[in-house]
Design a protein around this ligand. Sequence first.
Ligand code: NI
Length: 273
Amino acid sequence: MTELPTSASGPSTGPASSQAAIRLQLRSWPEVEHYLQSCRGVIVPLGSTEQHGPTGAIGTDALTAEAVALEVGRRTGVLVTPAQAFGMAEHHLGFAGTISLQPSTLLAVLHDVVLSLARHGFERIYVINGHGGNIATARAAFAQAYGTATSRGLPGADRLRCRLANWFTASSVTKEARTLYGEREGHHATPSEIALTLHLEPSLSSKQRPLPEAAPAGPIHGPDDFRRRHPDGRMGSDPFLAQAAHGARFLELAAEALAEDLRAFLTEAEPAA
Ligand code: NI
């Protein structure tokens, strides 16, 4: 076992904290040093800044990842870093407002985030992700970070673990989305993610309006090809079905599932030497 919270008073099993208390941005460095004496876990929200159909917010994936991360942090007492709001969204660049990192750039960013945290003694890096396009690159970044931690001789290199948790694929979330929206959940600018943004930012409801049927999901190539296949940006989804109350429910389900997953991750036993 590594030095992780195992007692009832440890951050992973203690009472819920306030959101302010678990935001790394609001801590001082001595407070972070103190935190590391009882917990080696940290949550990194990972989003994207990309089009979400004609009525969805450009920041949907970053807003949702951060909200879920803060709620998981509040429930577990685990620190939450600032959100990485730019993700790999190359295929969305045909739509105004999208800001993308190339896969190699995102890989370098995540690699450096992990190595910075590992240098201070963080050993469980829990990335809460809001965007499917980040998954392959995040996994590659973790693989590279493990190698660098070892080659740099970081003291905790052999105990360093990174985990990617996609809030939108938690089984309770996908089940609820199926119940509420059926096939009209679709694959991009989905009513479930839009519902969560409506819950977080009520002003977004003013954009909601009925839309014609979306182009079905299909292969994704470059940005021009994407726009030809999916002219309004949606992939098989009907975001008009989204309601703020659904969003509150999705936040609850995602936070519940990921908090449980994070607790298991923090207390995972090391294999016998
Ligand atoms: Ni999205």
